[in-house]
Structures are given as C-alpha cells and as structure tokens.
Write a protein that binds this ligand. Structure first.
Ligand code: PAF
Length: 284
C-alpha cells in the first residue's frame, strides 16, 4: 500500500495506471475510518485492479461554526485499517495543495442540494460536489463508491456525474449499522453513553414506518408524523427534519406511490445524526 500526499504525484500515477489499462476504483473519505468506510472499500475492491481511497477533511463542506476543527483526525490508525481490506493507494492531500491560493471555482448541484440537510447546512453540498469533482479529476477512477447513509450526498454526486458527463460509475452502498440499528458514523463517538442508547430510536422509528408502509399506508404525512412524534417524546432528541422523498429526484412526496426514501436528521445533545430507510425494497 502506498501513501501519496501530493496532487501532482497522484494525478501522474492515475494517468500511468490508466495508460497500462488498469481499472481504478475509488472511495473518498474524510478519515476516522470505521466499519462503514471499510465496507465501501470491500465493495469497491473487486470492481477494479487498483483501489484508491482518499483521506481529506474538506474545509469547504463545513458550514461556518460547525465542527471542522474538532473533526477527528486519526491518520495513523486509518492507515492500519486500509491495508487488510486491500487498499493499494491512500491519497491524502494537504489543504494548500488541493485549494491553493487564489482558488475560487466551485460546483453547485442546485436543486437536489436543496431541502433535507441542504436547508440546515448552507453551502455543504457545494463543498462536497467541488471536492469530489476535484478528486475525480486527480484520481481518474472508473468507479467510485459512496454510502447510502449520506443519501442526499449520493444523489448530488449522481446528478453531478450525469450533468457534467463525467466518465465514472457511481455505486451506492447500503448503510452499515451497529447491533441496535444505529447507522455507523464518525459522529457517534461524540455521544455520551446515555445519548448513544437514545440514538437507537432513529432506526427503530424508521423501521416501524417501513412496516406501516408495507401494511399499506401510503400517506406520507401519516408516516412522517409517527416518526416525528415518536422521536419528540424523548426530551434529549431534537428533530431537525423527517421527510419522505422520491428516491431519485428527492422531490417531496404526499403519496408514496413510487420508490421512496424516508430521511431524517436529529440532534441528540450536541451531536447531529442523520439516517434514512428505503420504504420499498425495489432496486433502482
Ligand atoms: O462522505 C464524506 O466523507 C465526504 O462528504 C466526502 C464524500 C469524502 C467528500 O469530502
């Protein structure tokens, strides 16, 4: 496994690999790797000859006043986790190399970035789209894997790839969960033991909503209200949003009459958590 720290070296290596006819799979991360990230890498591994992952805490996607400085940086531990899952190259650029002085170009995927997390994290998806496009240009992957936990992010990337005719296949990978259903996230470590117990309620209510959907409930508001009210009963949980959206366009639905995702964001204490569930099992 090689660690590459400069944009020029990574770009030259990717061009060389492509020149040799090698297929490149890519998993971008912000480090602090957990089982969720490793499952993306395992999914990517058989898709290509060379597996590249990136570790870069992207300042552009942290809205002012958010946890950029506090974001856990665990580079040495991360490297130890990469090798056993078959990573070939860890690309870990520095901030001045990726965003040199004078940098001013950004990418905005306008509509699909609105609503849900987009309403609460201004500029977040612009930062994500910009860094992912830059990483794609440097790493030149044939295929890139993203987690379905950050479902709006996945939709933003898919839309950007389509709109800008990028030659990269985007794979969504199912959310990896703890034994009690909590979606794995770097932010889970901020939860106190008491908050951690409460965090299991998110998936509990999402799965309950799916059961009601499976029993025939199609009114989005009825499904949403149950989840909202259930979570609101816990005084430590403050609900940011619960919403049901078209699974591809993320348009809000009144009636669940097509493939849909139920997504939510809450604060438990100081920690913001997101999660989602597909109401139907249909593959898209
Ligand atoms: O999902 C993440 O970890 C980040 O948003 C990503 C895709 C690595 C871009 O910084």
């Amino acid at each position: 496994m090689r660690v590459i720290k400069t944009v020029s070296e990574m770009s030259a290596e990717a061009a060389r690999l492509r020149g040799e006819g090698k297929h490149i799979a890519f998993v971008p991360t912000m480090g602090n790797l957990h089982e969720g990230h490793l499952s993306l890498m395992r999914a990517a591994r058989p898709r290509a000859n060379v597996l590249v992952i990136s570790i870069f805490v992207n300042p552009l996607q942290f809205e002012p006043g958010s946890d950029f400085d506090a974001y856990p940086r665990t580079f040495r531990e991360d490297l130890k986790k990469c090798e056993p899952v078959g990573v070939d190259i860890v690309f870990a650029p520095t901030e001045p190399d990726l965003y040199p002085e004078g940098f001013q170009t950004t990418v905005e995927v306008t509509e699909i970035s609105k609503g849900l997390c987009g309403d609460f994290r201004p500029g977040h998806f612009k930062g994500v789209a910009t860094v992912v496009l830059k990483l794609f240009n440097i790493v030149k992957p044939h295929v890139a894997v993203f987690g379905e936990k950050d479902y709006q992010q996945l939709c933003v990337i898919r839309r950007m790839v389509k709109d800008l005719n990028l030659d990269v296949e985007i794979l969504g990978h199912p959310t990896v969960r703890e034994a009690d259903g909590l979606a794995m996230s770097s932010r889970n470590q901020y939860l106190s033991p008491d908050e951690r117990k409460r965090a299991a309620l998110l998936y509990k209510f999402l799965t309950e909503a799916r059961k009601r959907y499976e029993r025939g409930e199609r009114r989005a508001q009825a499904l949403i209200a149950r989840v909202q009210n259930g979570l609101a009963r816990d005084p430590r949980i403050s609900v940011e949003y619960v919403s049901i959206r078209d699974r591809e366009t993320l348009a809000p639905l009144d009636t669940v009459d097509r493939p849909a995702v139920m997504a939510l964001a809450v604060h438990i204490g100081k920690t913001r958590l997101i999660d989602n569930i597909f109401l139907d099992q249909q593959k898209m």
